[in-house]
Design a protein. Structure first.
Ligand SMILES: NC(=O)c1ccc[n+]([C@@H]2O[C@H](COP(=O)([O-])OP(=O)(O)OC[C@H]3O[C@@H](n4cnc5c(N)ncnc54)[C@H](O)[C@@H]3O)[C@@H](O)[C@H]2O)c1
Length: 358
């Protein structure tokens, strides 16, 4: 409880938006269905939306829900569906329960809610937001079925550099240290993916004195990794030499059981991508490899999971609050289906953070 309140107090942007929402009530009479990690920073976001007049029906993501966050939200009047689970079938039922309560707005993380809406559409949905890269990839082909404004927070340049690059890199390093109690000095670390998240993961391990290789299927980004000073061996060599392998691609089956013969005996694998399918954890474990947290998002797993820094999430969640406000007020039309955050919102949030830090 103290930890949750400490986090809420340090979400400066959300606090300021909450104070504004106390007066303006953009969500008065509306229900927001949410399917996002339930942990202290999301508590701060959901309570901000509640201050704007929203009723909330909320479930978490697979394997990342923190019971204390659920209890705190429930005590504040949020309807919590389910609780911590790593069982995909149980999680599926929770997601359906949120969608079948027919919220007016959806706050999605991974495309779970909008994908189900497309299967069982209803008239009162106004649209909503999607937080992640993985969700955007999943929802793009569903645009015709959605037909409503859906703003993708991930595709704000602010989210890209504030969270994906700087914060994911820091929290994946912190999680590796916390979960293994091993050093990074001189370790050979292979990072799969050199998007925003991969750039941060690679940089943070290098800053922690590891020798970092990058495997990237896009030749342009592979060149970028090389010019940033990383080794860019071919995939199999990068696996053969690695003490630590981190996947952060958003793509399934990046490292599979077929790769087990390539791995060093003590190699440790971890996934930081949204879904736990990047590493075939079961297949590799059967072959004797160590996969941290069964391949679930490593920076929101294990004992005392912290996730990304409070400041990075405050910025990203300020974008969330402003985007949901714009959809609720009808300021974006159906043409804005699975599109980036409007530039005016990026500018507003960026200016607020800079002035609040002054
Ligand atoms: N752990 C967290 O806290 C956190 C936070 C934000 C995003 N994410 C997730 O991290 C993942 C990556 O996000 P991003 O914003 O960096 O995405 P991105 O699309 O910018 O980058 C992914 C990169 O992976 C590369 N890639 C794809 N398949 C590959 C393969 N088999 N081998 C090597 N490279 C491959 C792509 O070419 C791309 O450059 C997504 O699943 C996203 O949802 C996690």
């Amino acid at each position: 409880m103290e930890r949750i309140e400490w986090v809420i107090d340090r979400c400066r942007l959300l606090q300021a938006i909450g104070a504004e929402f106390d007066e303006t009530k953009p969500f008065a009479g509306l229900t927001i269905g949410t399917g996002i990690h339930l942990e202290p920073k999301t508590v701060a976001l959901l309570l901000t939306l509640q201050r704007g007049g929203a009723e909330l029906v909320s479930t978490g993501n697979l394997n990342t829900t923190q019971q204390e966050a659920c209890d705190y939200l429930a005590a504040c009047g949020v309807r919590i569906v389910g609780g911590p689970t790593s069982d995909p079938a149980e999680h599926d039922a929770h997601l359906w329960e949120v969608v079948r309560s027919h919220p007016d707005l959806l706050l999605d993380n991974g495309g779970d809610l909008f994908a189900r809406f497309v299967e069982e559409p209803y008239d009162s949905l106004r649209g909503g937001t999607e937080e992640t890269t993985s969700g955007r990839m999943r929802l793009e082909p569903l645009r015709d079925g959605i037909g409503l404004p859906v703003l993708v927070i991930n595709d704000s340049p602010i989210k890209q550099f504030a969270e994906n690059e700087h914060a994911v890199g820091q929290s994946v390093l912190e999680s590796f240290l916390r979960l293994t109690n091993l050093s990074t000095n001189g370790k050979r670390v292979t990072v799969f993916g050199y998007g925003a998240c991969g750039r941060g993961v690679a940089a943070n391990f290098r800053n922690a004195h590891a020798v970092v290789s990058v495997v990237e299927r896009d030749p342009v980004k592979r060149l970028q990794a090389m010019l940033d000073g990383f080794l860019v061996p071919d995939r199999d060599d990068a696996l053969r030499t690695a003490d630590v392998v981190v996947t952060v691609t958003g793509v399934d089956g990046v490292v599979t059981a077929a790769d087990a013969p390539l791995l060093r005996p003590n190699a440790i694998l971890a996934n930081a991508g949204h879904f736990p399918w990047e590493i075939d954890a079961a297949g590799l474990a059967a072959a004797g490899a160590t996969v941290l947290e069964d391949g679930h998002m490593v920076n929101l797993a294990g004992p005392r999971p912290l996730g990304n820094s409070v400041e990075s999430m405050d910025i990203g969640f300020a974008l969330q609050a402003r985007c949901l406000e714009a959809v609720a007020r009808g300021e974006v039309g159906a043409g804005a289906c699975v599109v980036p955050v409007p530039r005016a919102i990026d500018e507003q949030v960026a200016a607020s953070f800079v002035s609040s830090a002054a």
